[in-house]
Design a protein. Sequence first.
Length: 35
Amino acid sequence: MNDNLKTIKEVADELGVSKKKIENKLSYIKKKEIL
């Protein structure tokens, strides 16, 4: 496994946002790609 991969929680902590906010944004992006 690649050591550079981070969990959603790690990314959220680095950006100073909640894990939920990251998950919501990823969900939004996935929906936009489908449409």
